[in-house]
Write a protein that binds this ligand. Structure first.
Ligand code: ZN
Length: 103
């Protein structure tokens, strides 16, 4: 998985196409990510007296398949492909394939 928490990503398909948001959760086993404020679905919620929640319809983010998002590079602010390379001391780091900056 090349995407990490707090990465900025752009959704490249579906109703939120071209929208940008922050990754708030990674679902590794499903190969999906949760993007803050995007890919919202309506969810019916039953009233829960124990949590003092009212029933009704809530907007909730649904996970997006990683193949449908692109990471936005901090340096060049473009949606980009993430590459991997190793530093001199053997640390694996990510870099932007567009502008070559590490991030
Ligand atoms: Zn870049």
């Amino acid at each position: 998985m090349k995407i990490r928490n707090n990465d900025k990503v752009m959704i490249i398909s579906g109703k939120d196409k071209s929208k940008v948001g922050k990754v708030v959760k990674i679902l590794k086993d499903k190969n999906k990510v949760l993007v803050e404020g995007l890919n919202k679905v309506k969810k019916h919620v039953k009233p829960n007296p124990y949590k003092q929640e009212q029933g009704g319809i809530q907007d909730k983010e649904a996970p997006v398949d990683v193949s449908n998002v692109k990471v936005i590079c901090d340096a060049c602010t473009n949606p980009t492909k993430v590459g991997y390379r190793f530093t001199e001391d053997g640390k694996k780091i990510r870099y932007c394939r567009k502008c070559d900056e590490n991030f």
